[in-house]
Each structure stands twice: as structure tokens, then as C-alpha cells.
Design a binder for this molecule. Structure first.
Ligand code: ZN
Length: 285
């Protein structure tokens, strides 16, 4: 487990105190991460979440030249499907086309080219896109694009460029980023009998149990189900306390960026934005 710390300043009841943010990696897979972030607040984590959705760059197919298509599908449908193929993105090697030295013409600094040539009978997969350079080979190579029957042919060339989720969802590398706060479900011990009756009526798969004057849940993500049953019973016996300083943040990527790169690049983007804002503020008179 990795623990990273960062100093943050908070105003608490008029006193300026310095806390250390803690990040605990609960799960880190190539395409998925779950992080426990402590001594933070929802505003900070939500900024990261929104950057992941709207600003984190990734490669996607943006231009398709079809030389031959005798398949049953229109060129437009094939192009749309190619646009959604996750293209492995090394952000250290690429720049945006409109910021590139080639002035938007397309060069190896801003454009990755693939060719595809296949004849039926068989399925065309994402892995049939052949890159100019091996480093850009499609990793998610088993995504079916279309079926070719006898004598049908598909020959095309594509260009993939960097873009951001705010322009088009094909440039959105991260899916379902979200956070939940730590919860504590408490009740007055003198009501333990009534609470037990309520808990006994709950669905077993909710994984709820009583321990002392607290209710424990196997999976905190199922809290809305418990809240639904509390509402239905109109019982005021139980209090749910949420801690906005302790958050579990989870997200997945489509494979174009690793989960580790996705969060690191998003944090870098946020840092750059704050630095830019700070510079602009210095010019205020
Ligand atoms: Zn270029």
C-alpha cells in the first residue's frame, strides 16, 4: 500500500490549521483504481473528478478515409465505431494538433495513423487496425467492429488525434468517477430492541449487522437502499453521519490511459490551472 501526503491549509472555527492529506491506494489495476483520501473535502475530489471527465486528453480516431467498403454497413457507422476504439495514449509523446509545430497539418508529434485491410469471411476487430509504429498497437484488440461475409472487403486508413471529453465523449478516457463519504450509522442503545426489529426486516443481501450502538454495512455503496427502508418505515431511531473529510474515490478507464496515468495527469492539469490562476491574480491592482 502506498501512502502519499500533502499539506493542506484549512480554516476551522476561525483558526488556521495545517493538515496532511493522506491517500491510501485500496485497489490499483491497469484500468481501475479505488483511493481512500483523508483530510480532504468533496470540493477538491470533485474538481479531480470533473477534470477526468472533461479535460483529461486521450487519443481517438478523428479522420477516416475509406478506400473500399463492400460490407453491409454504411461508411458512417463504421467510422463511428472506430471512433470509440480505445487508442493507447502516451501523453509524453503527443501534442494537440492545433498546438503542434506542423500547424495542424498532421505529423508524428500530433497524429497516429493506422491502416486496416480485411476480406471476408470473418469479423473485423479493433486489433486489425495496424499502426505505423508498433508502440501504438491497439491493446484492446478484441472489440468487434463488423462482420464481413464472402467476398466482402474493407480497406481504410484512419488518423487518431488528441482531444478532450468536453469536445466529444470519444475523447473521454475515464468512466464513472465517483466518491462516497465515510459513514457512521448510529442509534441510542436504549432503543436496541426496536432497531433489531427494523434490521431483521431488511433484505439479507444488504449485509447489515448491529454492533454496540452502531449499524455496520458490508458495502457502504448500498447506503441508499438502507435510507430507502428508513424512509419507508418513517423511523427516527437511526442517525446516519457522513464524514466529508474522508472519501473513497473510484474510477475506471477505457484502456487508452492506465488508471495511474489518468489520476496523475488529472492532478497535473489541476495544478497547472491553479498556477495559471495564481499568476493572473498577481496582476490585479
Ligand atoms: Zn503535428
Amino acid at each position: 500500500m502506498m501512502v502519499a501526503e500533502r499539506k493542506v491549509a484549512d480554516e476551522v472555527e476561525g483558526f488556521r490549521v495545517t493538515k496532511k492529506m493522506k491517500v491510501n491506494v485500496k485497489e490499483l489495476k491497469p484500468k481501475k483504481a479505488v483511493l481512500k483520501i483523508e483530510d480532504t473535502n468533496p470540493y477538491f475530489v470533485n474538481s479531480l473528478r470533473r477534470i477526468m471527465l472533461a479535460d483529461l486528453p486521450k487519443l481517438a480516431v478523428d479522420d477516416v478515409v475509406i478506400y473500399d467498403n463492400t460490407s453491409a454497413l454504411f461508411d458512417e457507422i463504421i467510422s463511428h465505431r472506430l471512433g470509440l476504439v480505445p487508442i493507447p495514449t502516451d501523453l509524453s509523446l503527443l501534442t494537440f494538433r492545433n498546438e503542434c509545430v506542423c500547424k495542424g497539418k498532421g505529423c508524428p508529434n500530433c497524429t497516429v495513423r493506422y491502416t486496416l485491410s480485411k476480406e471476408g469471411e470473418g469479423t473485423v476487430y479493433s486489433g486489425d487496425l495496424q499502426p505505423e509504429e508498433k508502440t501504438w498497437a491497439i491493446k484492446e484488440d478484441k472489440i468487434p467492429i463488423l462482420n464481413l461475409y464472402n467476398d466482402q472487403r474493407l480497406i481504410l486508413e484512419v488518423e487518431a488525434v488528441l482531444g478532450r471529453g468536453r469536445e466529444h465523449s470519444k475523447w473521454q478516457a475515464v468512466q464513472a468517477p465517483g466518491y462516497i463519504m465515510d459513514i457512521s450509522i448510529e442509534f441510542d442503545k436504549k432503543n436496541v430492541g426496536d432497531v433489531k426489529k427494523f434490521v431483521d426486516k431488511l433484505p439479507k443481501d444488504l449485509g447489515v449487522e448491529i454492533k454496540g450502538d452502531k449499524i455496520l454495512m458490508k458495502d457502504d455503496k448500498k447506503l441508499p437502499v438502507l435510507e430507502y427502508h428508513l424512509d419507508k418505515e418513517k423511523t427516527g431511531l437511526i442517525t446516519i453521519k457522513k464524514d466529508p473529510t474522508k472519501l473513497t474515490f473510484s474510477f475506471e478507464t477505457d484502456g487508452s490511459l492506465s488508471a495511474k496515468d489518468a489520476i496523475a495527469e488529472s492532478a497535473k492539469f489541476l495544478q497547472e490551472k491553479y498556477a495559471e490562476f495564481g499568476k493572473l491574480l498577481k496582476n490585479l491592482k
